[in-house]
Design a binder for this molecule. Structure first.
Ligand SMILES: Cc1cc2nc3c(=O)[nH]c(=O)nc-3n(C[C@H](O)[C@H](O)[C@H](O)COP(=O)(O)OP(=O)(O)OC[C@H]3O[C@@H](n4cnc5c(N)ncnc54)[C@H](O)[C@@H]3O)c2cc1C
Length: 368
Protein backbone atom coordinates (compact mmCIF):
# COMPACT_ATOMS: atom_id res chain seq x y z
CA UNK A 1 0.00 0.00 0.00
CA UNK A 2 1.23 3.48 -0.84
CA UNK A 3 0.73 6.57 1.36
CA UNK A 4 1.44 9.95 -0.22
CA UNK A 5 2.51 12.34 2.55
CA UNK A 6 4.25 11.78 5.86
CA UNK A 7 2.38 14.43 7.91
CA UNK A 8 0.04 13.54 10.76
CA UNK A 9 -2.56 11.98 8.46
CA UNK A 10 0.00 9.78 6.68
CA UNK A 11 1.72 8.67 9.88
CA UNK A 12 -1.45 7.91 11.85
CA UNK A 13 -2.90 6.01 8.88
CA UNK A 14 0.25 3.89 8.61
CA UNK A 15 0.32 3.23 12.36
CA UNK A 16 -3.35 2.23 12.46
CA UNK A 17 -3.18 -0.03 9.43
CA UNK A 18 -0.16 -1.60 11.12
CA UNK A 19 0.44 -5.18 10.15
CA UNK A 20 -2.67 -5.43 7.94
CA UNK A 21 -0.68 -4.31 4.88
CA UNK A 22 2.84 -3.60 3.70
CA UNK A 23 2.94 0.18 3.77
CA UNK A 24 5.33 2.64 2.11
CA UNK A 25 5.05 6.35 2.98
CA UNK A 26 6.52 8.81 0.48
CA UNK A 27 7.17 12.25 1.98
CA UNK A 28 8.08 15.05 -0.42
CA UNK A 29 10.21 17.02 2.04
CA UNK A 30 13.31 15.98 3.96
CA UNK A 31 11.16 15.80 7.12
CA UNK A 32 7.51 16.42 7.94
CA UNK A 33 6.07 19.10 10.24
CA UNK A 34 7.64 22.20 8.71
CA UNK A 35 7.14 24.88 7.70
CA UNK A 36 4.58 24.95 10.51
CA UNK A 37 1.06 25.53 9.19
CA UNK A 38 -0.77 25.14 12.47
CA UNK A 39 -1.71 26.91 15.67
CA UNK A 40 -1.15 23.61 17.48
CA UNK A 41 -4.36 23.92 19.54
CA UNK A 42 -6.08 20.62 20.32
CA UNK A 43 -8.56 19.55 22.99
CA UNK A 44 -7.32 17.67 26.05
CA UNK A 45 -9.28 14.65 24.80
CA UNK A 46 -7.47 14.84 21.46
CA UNK A 47 -4.15 15.10 23.34
CA UNK A 48 -5.04 11.95 25.28
CA UNK A 49 -6.06 10.17 22.07
CA UNK A 50 -2.70 10.95 20.41
CA UNK A 51 -0.86 9.94 23.58
CA UNK A 52 -1.81 6.33 22.79
CA UNK A 53 0.62 6.58 19.87
CA UNK A 54 3.48 8.83 20.97
CA UNK A 55 4.68 10.77 24.01
CA UNK A 56 2.88 14.03 23.13
CA UNK A 57 4.34 15.66 26.27
CA UNK A 58 7.54 16.12 24.26
CA UNK A 59 5.66 18.52 21.97
CA UNK A 60 3.63 20.28 24.69
CA UNK A 61 3.95 24.08 24.85
CA UNK A 62 1.02 25.26 26.97
CA UNK A 63 -2.27 24.19 28.52
CA UNK A 64 -5.48 26.17 27.97
CA UNK A 65 -8.55 26.55 30.21
CA UNK A 66 -10.98 28.37 27.93
CA UNK A 67 -11.47 31.16 25.41
CA UNK A 68 -12.32 34.84 25.24
CA UNK A 69 -14.78 35.59 22.42
CA UNK A 70 -14.23 39.20 21.31
CA UNK A 71 -16.97 41.19 19.62
CA UNK A 72 -15.98 43.63 16.84
CA UNK A 73 -16.20 46.56 19.27
CA UNK A 74 -13.77 44.89 21.69
CA UNK A 75 -16.15 43.51 24.36
CA UNK A 76 -15.62 39.87 25.26
CA UNK A 77 -17.20 36.89 26.94
CA UNK A 78 -15.32 34.13 28.73
CA UNK A 79 -16.15 30.59 27.71
CA UNK A 80 -15.13 27.41 29.53
CA UNK A 81 -16.30 24.21 27.87
CA UNK A 82 -16.39 20.63 29.12
CA UNK A 83 -12.77 19.97 28.09
CA UNK A 84 -9.58 22.01 28.38
CA UNK A 85 -7.08 22.25 25.55
CA UNK A 86 -3.35 22.21 24.96
CA UNK A 87 -0.95 23.84 22.54
CA UNK A 88 1.60 21.62 20.82
CA UNK A 89 4.63 22.21 18.63
CA UNK A 90 3.92 20.60 15.26
CA UNK A 91 7.59 20.38 14.25
CA UNK A 92 8.12 17.93 17.12
CA UNK A 93 4.68 16.30 17.02
CA UNK A 94 4.82 15.36 13.31
CA UNK A 95 8.33 13.96 13.75
CA UNK A 96 7.29 11.81 16.73
CA UNK A 97 4.44 10.32 14.70
CA UNK A 98 6.54 9.72 11.59
CA UNK A 99 9.17 7.99 13.70
CA UNK A 100 6.45 5.77 15.22
CA UNK A 101 5.07 5.01 11.73
CA UNK A 102 8.54 3.95 10.56
CA UNK A 103 8.42 1.01 13.02
CA UNK A 104 5.76 -0.76 10.94
CA UNK A 105 6.14 0.96 7.53
CA UNK A 106 8.83 1.97 5.12
CA UNK A 107 9.27 5.76 5.21
CA UNK A 108 10.93 7.39 2.20
CA UNK A 109 11.64 11.12 2.57
CA UNK A 110 12.61 13.61 -0.15
CA UNK A 111 10.38 11.64 -2.50
CA UNK A 112 7.41 13.34 -4.09
CA UNK A 113 4.41 11.45 -5.45
CA UNK A 114 4.25 13.21 -8.79
CA UNK A 115 1.55 11.35 -10.74
CA UNK A 116 -1.00 8.75 -9.67
CA UNK A 117 -2.88 6.25 -11.83
CA UNK A 118 -5.18 3.34 -10.98
CA UNK A 119 -2.44 1.09 -9.63
CA UNK A 120 0.81 2.87 -10.37
CA UNK A 121 2.49 6.10 -9.22
CA UNK A 122 5.47 8.10 -10.43
CA UNK A 123 7.78 9.22 -7.64
CA UNK A 124 10.40 11.95 -7.97
CA UNK A 125 13.41 11.14 -5.79
CA UNK A 126 16.81 12.88 -5.49
CA UNK A 127 18.16 10.11 -7.75
CA UNK A 128 15.51 10.67 -10.44
CA UNK A 129 12.05 9.33 -11.20
CA UNK A 130 10.80 5.85 -10.41
CA UNK A 131 7.50 3.99 -10.74
CA UNK A 132 5.83 2.02 -7.95
CA UNK A 133 2.79 -0.23 -8.06
CA UNK A 134 0.14 -0.34 -5.33
CA UNK A 135 -3.13 -2.09 -4.54
CA UNK A 136 -4.48 0.72 -2.30
CA UNK A 137 -3.34 4.35 -2.19
CA UNK A 138 -3.90 6.82 0.65
CA UNK A 139 -3.72 10.50 -0.20
CA UNK A 140 -2.46 12.06 3.03
CA UNK A 141 -0.77 14.79 1.04
CA UNK A 142 -2.58 17.84 2.39
CA UNK A 143 -4.56 20.60 0.75
CA UNK A 144 -2.73 20.33 -2.58
CA UNK A 145 -3.20 16.53 -2.69
CA UNK A 146 -1.74 15.00 -5.84
CA UNK A 147 -3.71 11.80 -5.19
CA UNK A 148 -7.01 13.71 -5.03
CA UNK A 149 -6.30 15.64 -8.21
CA UNK A 150 -5.03 12.76 -10.32
CA UNK A 151 -7.81 10.37 -9.27
CA UNK A 152 -10.57 12.93 -9.83
CA UNK A 153 -11.88 13.35 -6.28
CA UNK A 154 -14.37 16.18 -5.76
CA UNK A 155 -12.36 18.77 -3.84
CA UNK A 156 -13.40 20.89 -0.85
CA UNK A 157 -13.36 24.67 -0.93
CA UNK A 158 -10.58 26.32 1.01
CA UNK A 159 -10.09 29.28 3.32
CA UNK A 160 -6.67 30.87 3.59
CA UNK A 161 -4.89 31.36 6.88
CA UNK A 162 -2.00 33.52 7.92
CA UNK A 163 -0.41 33.39 11.34
CA UNK A 164 2.44 35.17 13.15
CA UNK A 165 4.39 33.83 16.06
CA UNK A 166 4.89 37.14 17.81
CA UNK A 167 5.49 39.04 20.97
CA UNK A 168 1.99 39.78 22.18
CA UNK A 169 0.67 40.57 25.62
CA UNK A 170 -2.12 38.02 26.09
CA UNK A 171 -4.97 38.70 28.52
CA UNK A 172 -4.38 35.37 30.21
CA UNK A 173 -1.77 32.85 29.13
CA UNK A 174 -4.26 30.01 29.72
CA UNK A 175 -6.99 31.51 27.51
CA UNK A 176 -7.28 31.52 23.71
CA UNK A 177 -8.63 34.75 22.20
CA UNK A 178 -11.04 34.69 19.23
CA UNK A 179 -11.86 37.90 17.36
CA UNK A 180 -15.07 38.17 15.34
CA UNK A 181 -16.17 40.81 12.86
CA UNK A 182 -15.98 41.68 9.19
CA UNK A 183 -12.80 43.76 9.58
CA UNK A 184 -10.82 40.81 10.94
CA UNK A 185 -11.99 38.04 8.64
CA UNK A 186 -14.12 37.43 5.61
CA UNK A 187 -16.27 34.45 6.63
CA UNK A 188 -14.32 33.10 9.62
CA UNK A 189 -12.45 34.64 12.60
CA UNK A 190 -9.07 35.74 13.86
CA UNK A 191 -7.30 34.33 16.91
CA UNK A 192 -4.43 34.49 19.39
CA UNK A 193 -3.16 31.23 20.86
CA UNK A 194 -0.89 31.94 23.83
CA UNK A 195 2.39 30.11 24.32
CA UNK A 196 3.54 32.35 27.18
CA UNK A 197 2.21 35.57 28.74
CA UNK A 198 3.97 37.66 26.11
CA UNK A 199 4.22 35.23 23.20
CA UNK A 200 1.35 34.02 21.00
CA UNK A 201 0.39 32.68 17.61
CA UNK A 202 -1.80 35.43 16.22
CA UNK A 203 -3.63 34.59 13.01
CA UNK A 204 -6.56 35.04 10.67
CA UNK A 205 -8.61 32.53 8.70
CA UNK A 206 -10.47 34.16 5.84
CA UNK A 207 -12.03 33.59 2.42
CA UNK A 208 -9.54 36.05 0.99
CA UNK A 209 -6.77 38.48 1.86
CA UNK A 210 -5.71 37.29 5.33
CA UNK A 211 -2.72 39.68 5.12
CA UNK A 212 -4.99 42.70 5.13
CA UNK A 213 -7.24 41.30 7.88
CA UNK A 214 -4.22 40.52 10.04
CA UNK A 215 -2.87 44.04 9.48
CA UNK A 216 -6.24 45.55 10.52
CA UNK A 217 -6.45 43.25 13.56
CA UNK A 218 -3.00 44.24 14.79
CA UNK A 219 -3.26 47.93 13.96
CA UNK A 220 -6.94 48.82 14.42
CA UNK A 221 -8.66 46.34 16.75
CA UNK A 222 -9.67 48.37 19.84
CA UNK A 223 -8.04 45.92 22.21
CA UNK A 224 -5.52 43.83 20.23
CA UNK A 225 -3.73 46.84 18.76
CA UNK A 226 -2.74 47.99 22.28
CA UNK A 227 -1.24 44.63 23.19
CA UNK A 228 1.10 43.83 20.31
CA UNK A 229 4.67 44.27 21.44
CA UNK A 230 6.38 44.24 18.08
CA UNK A 231 8.69 41.37 17.17
CA UNK A 232 7.27 38.90 14.62
CA UNK A 233 9.35 35.77 15.05
CA UNK A 234 7.78 33.46 12.46
CA UNK A 235 5.24 33.77 9.63
CA UNK A 236 3.04 30.79 8.68
CA UNK A 237 0.44 30.57 5.97
CA UNK A 238 -1.68 27.77 4.59
CA UNK A 239 -5.00 26.63 3.21
CA UNK A 240 -7.79 25.43 5.51
CA UNK A 241 -10.50 23.24 3.98
CA UNK A 242 -14.05 24.53 4.42
CA UNK A 243 -15.46 21.06 5.10
CA UNK A 244 -15.52 17.39 4.28
CA UNK A 245 -15.44 16.38 0.59
CA UNK A 246 -15.28 13.03 -1.22
CA UNK A 247 -12.78 10.74 0.52
CA UNK A 248 -13.22 7.19 -0.82
CA UNK A 249 -13.07 6.14 -4.45
CA UNK A 250 -12.37 2.59 -5.76
CA UNK A 251 -8.97 1.64 -4.26
CA UNK A 252 -8.11 5.15 -3.04
CA UNK A 253 -8.72 6.95 0.27
CA UNK A 254 -8.02 10.52 1.30
CA UNK A 255 -7.24 11.27 4.94
CA UNK A 256 -6.68 14.70 6.48
CA UNK A 257 -6.66 18.07 4.71
CA UNK A 258 -6.67 16.32 1.32
CA UNK A 259 -10.30 15.35 2.06
CA UNK A 260 -11.33 18.43 4.04
CA UNK A 261 -11.24 16.54 7.35
CA UNK A 262 -11.24 19.62 9.59
CA UNK A 263 -13.80 20.99 12.00
CA UNK A 264 -15.60 23.43 9.68
CA UNK A 265 -16.23 25.96 12.47
CA UNK A 266 -12.64 26.13 13.80
CA UNK A 267 -10.39 24.85 10.98
CA UNK A 268 -8.78 22.39 13.41
CA UNK A 269 -7.89 19.16 11.62
CA UNK A 270 -5.95 17.02 14.06
CA UNK A 271 -8.85 15.31 15.85
CA UNK A 272 -11.07 14.49 12.84
CA UNK A 273 -8.15 13.07 10.83
CA UNK A 274 -7.03 10.93 13.76
CA UNK A 275 -10.49 9.39 14.03
CA UNK A 276 -10.43 8.75 10.27
CA UNK A 277 -7.12 6.90 10.49
CA UNK A 278 -8.36 4.86 13.47
CA UNK A 279 -11.61 3.84 11.79
CA UNK A 280 -9.74 3.02 8.57
CA UNK A 281 -7.37 0.82 10.56
CA UNK A 282 -10.29 -1.03 12.18
CA UNK A 283 -12.02 -2.00 8.92
CA UNK A 284 -9.09 -2.10 6.47
CA UNK A 285 -9.10 -3.16 3.62
CA UNK A 286 -12.87 -2.55 3.32
CA UNK A 287 -12.82 1.08 2.13
CA UNK A 288 -16.59 1.41 1.74
CA UNK A 289 -17.04 0.21 5.33
CA UNK A 290 -14.58 2.92 6.35
CA UNK A 291 -16.59 5.58 4.52
CA UNK A 292 -19.82 4.44 6.14
CA UNK A 293 -18.40 4.20 9.65
CA UNK A 294 -16.64 7.58 9.45
CA UNK A 295 -19.77 9.37 8.24
CA UNK A 296 -21.79 7.48 10.85
CA UNK A 297 -19.57 8.81 13.63
CA UNK A 298 -18.81 12.33 12.40
CA UNK A 299 -21.22 13.15 9.56
CA UNK A 300 -23.58 15.04 11.88
CA UNK A 301 -20.68 16.95 13.44
CA UNK A 302 -19.50 18.06 9.99
CA UNK A 303 -23.00 19.20 9.01
CA UNK A 304 -23.46 21.16 12.23
CA UNK A 305 -19.98 22.64 11.94
CA UNK A 306 -20.74 23.78 8.39
CA UNK A 307 -23.90 25.53 9.63
CA UNK A 308 -21.90 27.43 12.23
CA UNK A 309 -19.31 28.33 9.57
CA UNK A 310 -22.14 29.63 7.36
CA UNK A 311 -23.15 32.00 10.18
CA UNK A 312 -19.65 33.54 10.27
CA UNK A 313 -20.26 34.63 6.68
CA UNK A 314 -23.63 36.31 7.26
CA UNK A 315 -23.52 37.89 10.73
CA UNK A 316 -22.76 41.60 10.69
CA UNK A 317 -20.71 43.44 13.31
CA UNK A 318 -23.63 44.70 15.38
CA UNK A 319 -25.11 41.18 15.48
CA UNK A 320 -21.78 39.81 16.74
CA UNK A 321 -21.70 42.55 19.37
CA UNK A 322 -25.23 41.67 20.47
CA UNK A 323 -24.65 37.88 20.53
CA UNK A 324 -21.45 38.20 22.55
CA UNK A 325 -23.22 40.50 25.01
CA UNK A 326 -26.15 38.10 25.61
CA UNK A 327 -23.77 35.11 25.54
CA UNK A 328 -22.49 36.29 28.93
CA UNK A 329 -25.69 34.88 30.47
CA UNK A 330 -25.44 31.47 28.78
CA UNK A 331 -24.01 28.37 30.50
CA UNK A 332 -21.46 26.93 28.04
CA UNK A 333 -20.02 24.35 30.43
CA UNK A 334 -21.44 21.39 28.47
CA UNK A 335 -19.95 22.29 25.09
CA UNK A 336 -16.91 20.51 23.69
CA UNK A 337 -14.54 22.06 21.16
CA UNK A 338 -14.49 18.89 19.04
CA UNK A 339 -18.26 18.55 18.93
CA UNK A 340 -20.35 21.35 17.41
CA UNK A 341 -23.51 19.37 18.13
CA UNK A 342 -22.83 20.00 21.83
CA UNK A 343 -23.41 23.69 21.06
CA UNK A 344 -26.62 23.03 19.16
CA UNK A 345 -28.33 21.97 22.37
CA UNK A 346 -28.05 25.57 23.57
CA UNK A 347 -29.70 27.11 20.51
CA UNK A 348 -33.40 26.82 21.50
CA UNK A 349 -32.84 28.70 24.79
CA UNK A 350 -30.50 31.20 23.06
CA UNK A 351 -33.12 31.95 20.40
CA UNK A 352 -35.58 32.84 23.19
CA UNK A 353 -33.09 35.41 24.54
CA UNK A 354 -32.37 36.97 21.13
CA UNK A 355 -35.84 38.41 20.43
CA UNK A 356 -34.69 39.98 17.13
CA UNK A 357 -36.63 38.44 14.23
CA UNK A 358 -34.02 39.20 11.54
CA UNK A 359 -31.21 37.66 13.60
CA UNK A 360 -33.33 34.66 14.59
CA UNK A 361 -34.08 34.12 10.90
CA UNK A 362 -30.36 34.18 10.03
CA UNK A 363 -29.45 31.70 12.77
CA UNK A 364 -32.36 29.36 12.10
CA UNK A 365 -31.71 29.63 8.33
CA UNK A 366 -28.09 28.52 8.71
CA UNK A 367 -29.15 25.31 10.35
CA UNK A 368 -31.86 24.35 7.86
C1 LIG B 1 -2.46 28.59 9.95
C2 LIG B 1 -3.09 27.27 10.33
C3 LIG B 1 -3.39 27.03 11.67
C4 LIG B 1 -3.96 25.81 12.04
N1 LIG B 1 -4.20 25.59 13.36
C5 LIG B 1 -4.69 24.39 13.76
C6 LIG B 1 -4.88 24.11 15.15
O1 LIG B 1 -4.62 24.96 16.01
N2 LIG B 1 -5.37 22.89 15.51
C7 LIG B 1 -5.67 21.92 14.58
O2 LIG B 1 -6.14 20.83 14.95
N3 LIG B 1 -5.48 22.16 13.26
C8 LIG B 1 -4.99 23.35 12.83
N4 LIG B 1 -4.77 23.59 11.50
C9 LIG B 1 -5.09 22.50 10.55
C10 LIG B 1 -4.02 21.42 10.60
O3 LIG B 1 -2.74 22.01 10.53
C11 LIG B 1 -4.24 20.46 9.43
O4 LIG B 1 -5.57 19.99 9.46
C12 LIG B 1 -3.27 19.27 9.51
O5 LIG B 1 -1.94 19.68 9.40
C13 LIG B 1 -3.57 18.30 8.37
O6 LIG B 1 -2.62 17.26 8.38
P1 LIG B 1 -2.33 16.45 7.06
O7 LIG B 1 -1.36 15.39 7.45
O8 LIG B 1 -3.61 16.10 6.41
O9 LIG B 1 -1.66 17.51 6.06
P2 LIG B 1 -0.27 18.24 6.15
O10 LIG B 1 0.07 18.61 7.55
O11 LIG B 1 -0.34 19.33 5.14
O12 LIG B 1 0.79 17.14 5.68
C14 LIG B 1 0.85 16.73 4.35
C15 LIG B 1 2.22 16.11 4.11
O13 LIG B 1 2.25 15.58 2.79
C16 LIG B 1 3.45 15.97 2.15
N5 LIG B 1 3.15 16.01 0.71
C17 LIG B 1 2.37 16.91 0.04
N6 LIG B 1 2.31 16.59 -1.27
C18 LIG B 1 3.05 15.46 -1.41
C19 LIG B 1 3.36 14.64 -2.54
N7 LIG B 1 2.88 14.91 -3.75
N8 LIG B 1 4.17 13.55 -2.34
C20 LIG B 1 4.64 13.26 -1.09
N9 LIG B 1 4.40 14.01 -0.01
C21 LIG B 1 3.59 15.08 -0.15
C22 LIG B 1 3.77 17.34 2.74
O14 LIG B 1 5.15 17.64 2.61
C23 LIG B 1 3.35 17.15 4.20
O15 LIG B 1 4.38 16.63 4.99
C24 LIG B 1 -4.23 24.80 11.07
C25 LIG B 1 -3.94 25.05 9.73
C26 LIG B 1 -3.37 26.27 9.36
C27 LIG B 1 -3.06 26.50 7.89
Amino acid sequence: MLISGGGVAGSTSAINIGEKAEVTIFEAKSASGFPVKCGGLISEDCYVAYSKYVDVKKALLNSIRGAFFFSPSGKYLELYGSSGAVVIERKIFDQLLLREASKSSEVVVKSKVDAVGDRKARIITPEGEKFVEFDVVIGADGAESRVARDLGFRRPEFFVAKQYLMEFEVLDEKMVELYFGRSYSDGFFAYAIPLEDDLARVGVVSRGNPDEHLRVLLEKHPDVSRRKKGGILEVNAGAIPAGLAEFVRANAVLIGDSAGMVKPYTGGGLYYLLRASEILGEVFPDLQAFRKAYLGELGKEYRTGESIQKLYGILNDSEYDFLIEIGKDVDFSTIHMDSPSSLIRLIPSALKMIKKPALIKKIAGSFL
